[in-house]
Design a protein around this ligand. Structure first.
Ligand code: FMN
Length: 215
């Protein structure tokens, strides 16, 4: 299946088959794809918590009623968090990973890369939009997540219908200087899922409505 077909066929699942669980190795494959998401200055200022069992149940109070059925029916909840403050340990890890990958062949290049990344992080702190900026990176990862899942035959639902503050508080995210950006649940659609494309065809605006060419 080419990428356009994947985009045409993936849809938001509303009813899951709660008897089916996404295998651990498939979840790992999906997360390996997510790991490759590009981010501004390669900052990767996010984290992914994979919740099943009691940990998943503990978040139920933060899920709005209309989303509870999908939350419960799906086998996994991925809580995507974004950083709320510069995390020096994290930035050092990013730099070390780049060095290990062979992207920083000299000490000068390494220092310049570190300086430039800090410049952009500090810029957003100064502008007061650091968390907005990291949240945008988290949303990029969300797109990778749902399409990677679809490519492995796994269904998904993005959940903005949640009490973000409650997620933060239940998961004690403030202690880690993180906040919930979005939750995505993964599982397999129920045979009678109400949102299947033969019942509710996909709808998007036309290119002419969305795209303007400027010369
Ligand atoms: C960021 C985001 C948040 C969403 N939040 C919810 C949600 O809380 N509950 C839900 O049932 N669907 C949610 N959706 C699904 C959208 O309503 C759906 O993606 C949109 O209608 C397009 O349909 P499709 O995904 O089936 O192509 C969300 C989608 C996105 C991208």
């Amino acid at each position: 299946m080419d990428f356009e077909q994947l985009l045409e066929q993936r849809y938001t699942t509303k009813h899951y088959d709660s008897t089916r669980k996404v295998p651990d190795e498939t979840v790992t494959k999906i997360l390996e794809c997510v790991r490759l998401t590009p981010t501004s200055v390669n900052a990767q200022p996010y984290h992914f918590y994979v919740l099943t069992g009691a940990a998943k149940d503990s978040l139920r109070p933060a899920i709005m009623d209309f989303n509870l059925q999908r939350y419960d029916g799906a086998s996994h909840a991925i809580v995507i968090t974004s950083q709320t403050a510069i995390n020096e340990e994290h930035l050092a890890k990013v730099l070390a990973a780049e060095e290990q990958a062979g992207r920083l062949p000299t000490e000068d290049i390494k220092a310049a890369q570190d300086k430039s990344r800090h410049y952009f992080c500090n810029l957003h702190v100064t502008k007061g939009d650091f968390t907005t900026w990291t949240g945008k990176q988290a949303y990029s990862a969300f797109a990778t997540l749902v399409y990677a899942a679809a490519s492995y035959g796994v269904d998904s639902t993005a959940l903005e219908g949640i009490e973000f503050d409650q997620v933060d508080s239940i998961m004690k995210l403030a202690d880690k200087h993180e906040t919930c950006a979005l939750i995505v649940v993964l599982g397999y659609r129920a045979a009678d899922d109400s949102n299947q494309l033969n019942k509710r065809p996909k709808s998007r605006l036309a290119l002419a409505d969305l795209v303007t060419y400027l010369n």
